[in-house]
Design a protein around this ligand. Sequence first.
Ligand SMILES: CC(C)(COP(=O)(O)OP(=O)(O)OC[C@H]1O[C@@H](n2cnc3c(N)ncnc32)[C@H](O)[C@@H]1OP(=O)(O)O)[C@@H](O)C(=O)NCCC(=O)NCCS
Length: 218
Amino acid sequence: MLKHLRVSDGHRLLPVTIRNYERGDFTNLISLQALCFPPPYPSELWWNEEQLTEHVTRFPEGALCVEVEGIIAGSMTALRITLDDRIPHDWASVTDEGFIRNHDPDGDTLYVVDICVAPQYRKLGLGKWLMQSMYETVVHLGCNRLLGGGRMPGYQQHAHLLTPQQYLDEVISGSRYDAVLTFLLNCGRLPIGLLANYLEDEQSAHYAALMEWRNPFK
Ligand SMILES: CC(C)(COP(=O)(O)OP(=O)(O)OC[C@H]1O[C@@H](n2cnc3c(N)ncnc32)[C@H](O)[C@@H]1OP(=O)(O)O)[C@@H](O)C(=O)NCCC(=O)NCCS
């Protein structure tokens, strides 16, 4: 994957590159995780060099980053797997705790391990460009779909009033905004389920919405 484009910050059109990340990017990718997933998100869940080494070795096509004026502003990582949707899963089991040693080159699903954009580069469309680039990877590799557990970081503060399903339904209807779920919906991802104890994620009360994008050519 190598893509050059420009995005507007309201004043200028900034040069943007989307490409596969490599070993030389690891230090910057780890710093990026710290910016993107601040407390209460557990720092043990930030990438380490060992995990990143597995990503670029086992499935380099699923390791994407976005650069703005040469600075890494975001990243997205995926693995291939075949899943039975009737069996609930959690992040750790499906992604091998982020090590992706369970990556199956014949898997029919491109499963998202992580997507993040640094706070100072948000709302420029970079997250959507990363997602779009991963959709292109789904089509290029002939997978059936892209799938992933979407955090719902606005849920915890409403958990005393709404069940996770009610919260999700309100976000789907557009009557409620969630910083991650609304973004995923606007990227064309559709919810196909709700997963409890998906990830240690207080803000989401440890829930995630299972969000799918189907390959339109399959
Ligand atoms: C979720 C995340 C990746 C989105 O990244 P992003 O680069 O800000 O995404 P985009 O810019 O494509 O879209 C974000 C919003 O900005 C809006 N936007 C995009 N370009 C814009 C512009 N030029 N002007 C104003 N708004 C704009 C989009 O419409 C979108 O709105 P929405 O939230 O209502 O969908 C980012 O917020 C993040 O890293 N969050 C923390 C990590 C995380 O929780 N990741 C998800 C794991 S499941």
